[in-house]
Design a protein around this ligand. Structure first.
Ligand code: OXD
Ligand code: MN
Length: 586
């Protein structure tokens, strides 16, 4: 039975049902009873596999199709009216043309299946940040995953009332045909259409599709920001908690930073770190003139391989109950395993493909992009402010990347505009760690390259314009945990020791720490970073903070090349910042 009388919802559901032809429509109310029934049904068909109830209560395993294990950027589209509004970094097609193509693919695709209607909220229902969505799907995996990742259920319809202000999402696994797989955004219609995939990043439409691509457009129009950022609270020994938001491209330890455990030396003094979010931040000017942030999600969709009791005990703890694992190893005792969990690949286990696995044959047991979908409240360091509908005030914005030599351990931008420049030139390198060879530089501005729902040039202008909306702007920094020595070894210990750098960053935000000028921005002095018990000496830190002018001159060339893509859309302010950098390097 329909859970709402909202005519906009009802009409759209019946239109999509007429197109996709499901056998029945089930409205998701968010109750445990209904979710239990759906889990039981999915376990009967093998879509979900129950795990060891004693060791992993409430946990299940799912395997996606082997041809469907990651986001597909080449098949992800932004379909706004004008191509230039999607910009050079997005795939674009005219909306009419794309709708026509999709209509053909969706026609009758749910015949013999059930269509589930999922009402969900990004952020706490009723929060000033909250935005509502309705996802239609033919996948129980999607329903039970959305129950973890969002606030889902009939209270969302109550909050929506008769309003047409919700994001429409239509998902169908269809035939999982990679040639007809599309992840499409229609920002002008607040609509998302995803078809022929069952992989989380493509089908949990609240996440990348809504909370980043569509929300970035809403933010542009409404004066706020949707960013690919973790949110972290740092509690000092005086008990003050200060917050930062940080953006990193993939494979830079974002989840680990979001759940950082302070080194022993800091713990003894009373430092604590709280996780507000691990992936997405929505930021708005608050009534006090500061920038406030929420994590719009309700769970973590984290990469499993590499997550261990050593690298990220908090993430591991978060997966111990009510978690969905995707494409990991199934052990004989009904628990799970992945590469990097420990050094003991299990005997007698089943690999991510569902086949008996012999670790000795050299194959991987878990897919490298295998995932856990875990409730945020499971995380031992989840912030007490996680559910605060007002969010948390952001003092610092931190950008980062993986650079062998170019970027120092940390530097601070001179002001907001320079900070936007620093974010716009973000990049990560693939490094052949063994040789220290410098690999390919991939530019990923603000870590938003695959997630910005409009022209990146306009997006940078929106960032610059926030200066007129936020009275007390956060300070902007850049970090690089990945400097290599001549032999290709990491010089900085990383993980919990990154708090040493964050302490300086927070000190700068509250006028408690010193810095010195450099051609690229403010650097800490060697004595400004606490190295006690770090194993890093002052000489090594000096090396980590070194700014090599020759490398930066090469960097300038790379930036010029990248900026050229944006033509007239490149904000004048950023062009001027680049000129300033060039001059400083002379
Ligand atoms: C993610 C991503 O899955 O950024 O969070 O790809
Ligand atoms: Mn992400």
């Amino acid at each position: 039975m329909a859970l709402t009388t909202n005519t906009h919802v009802l009409e759209w559901v019946s239109e999509m049902a007429a197109l996709t032809q499901p056998d029945q429509i089930v409205w998701i109310d968010g109750s445990e009873a209904q979710l239990d029934m759906l889990r039981a049904e999915a376990m009967a068909t093998g879509e979900l596999i129950r795990l060891n109830e004693e060791k992993l209560p409430g946990c299940v395993l799912h395997r996606s199709d082997p041809n469907d294990v990651a986001r597909v950027e080449s098949r992800t589209f932004i379909c706004c009216e004008k191509e230039e509004d999607a910009g050079p970094t997005n795939n674009w097609m005219a909306p009419d043309e794309m709708y026509a193509k999709l209509r053909e693919i969706y026609a009758g695709c749910m015949a013999g299946r059930t269509m589930y209607v999922i009402p969900y909220s990004m952020s706490v229902v009723g929060s000033p940040f909250a935005k509502y969505g309705v996802e239609l799907t033919d996948s129980i995996y999607v329903v039970v995953s959305m129950a973890i990742m969002t606030r889902m259920g009939k209270e969302v319809f109550a909050a929506l009332g008769d309003s047409a202000d919700f994001i429409k999402g239509l998902h169908s696994k269809a035939q999982l045909d990679p040639e007809k797989r599309y992840i499409v955004h229609f920002p002008q219609d607040n609509t998302i259409m995803s078809v022929n995939s069952g992989y989380g990043g493509n089908v949990l439409l609240g996440k990348k599709c809504f909370a980043l691509r569509i929300a970035s457009c809403l933010g542009r129009d409404e004066g706020w920001m949707a960013e690919h950022m973790l949110i972290l609270g740092i509690e000092n020994p005086q008990g003050e908690v200060r917050y930062l938001a940080a953006a990193f491209p993939s494979a830079c330890g974002k989840t680990n930073l979001a759940m950082l455990i302070p080194p022993e030396h800091y713990r003894r003094k009373g430092w604590k770190v709280w996780c507000v979010g691990d992936d997405i931040a929505w930021l708005r000017p608050g009534p006090d003139g500061r920038l406030w942030a929420v994590n719009p999600e309700n769970g973590f969709f984290g990469v499993a391989p590499g997550t261990s009791a050593k690298s990220n005990p908090n993430a591991l703890a978060a997966t111990m109950k009510n978690t969905i694992f995707t494409n990991v190893v199934l052990k004989a005792d009904g628990t799970v395993w992945w590469e990097g969990m420990d050094k003991n690949p299990p005997e007698g286990a089943i690999n991510w493909l569902g086949e008996p696995w012999d670790p000795a044959d050299g194959s991987k047991g878990a897919h490298p992009n295998s995932r856990f979908t875990a409730p945020a409240i499971n995380c031992p360091c989840i912030s007490p402010e996680f559910e605060n509908p007002q969010g948390v005030p952001i003092s610092a914005i931190v950008f980062g990347g993986r650079r062998a030599k170019t970027a120092p351990l940390v530097y601070q931008s001179r002001n907001w505009a320079h900070g936007v420049f620093v974010g716009s030139i973000m990049a990560s390198e693939t490094t052949a760690a063994a040789t220290g060879a410098v690999g390919v530089v991939r530019r990923d501005p603000m870590a938003m390259l695959p997630f910005c729902g409009y022209n990146m040039g306009d997006y940078w202008q929106h960032w610059l314009d926030m200066a007129g909306r936020v009275e007390k702007l956060p300070k902007i920094f850049n970090v690089n945990w990945f400097r290599l020595d001549e032999e290709g070894n990491f010089i900085w210990p990383g993980f919990g020791d990154n708090l040493r750098v964050l302490e300086w960053i927070m000190g700068r935000c509250f006028d408690e720490a010193e810095a010195e000028e450099s051609p690229i921005g403010y650097l800490p002095k060697v004595e400004d970073i606490d190295l006690e018990e770090s194993g890093v000496d002052a000489q090594t830190l000096r090396e980590l903070l070194n700014v090599d002018r020759e490398l930066w001159k090469q960097e300038v060339e790379g930036i010029e090349e990248f900026y050229a893509m944006f033509g007239e859309k490149l904000p004048e302010t950023l062009r001027a910042e680049l000129e300033k950098l060039k001059k400083n390097l002379e």
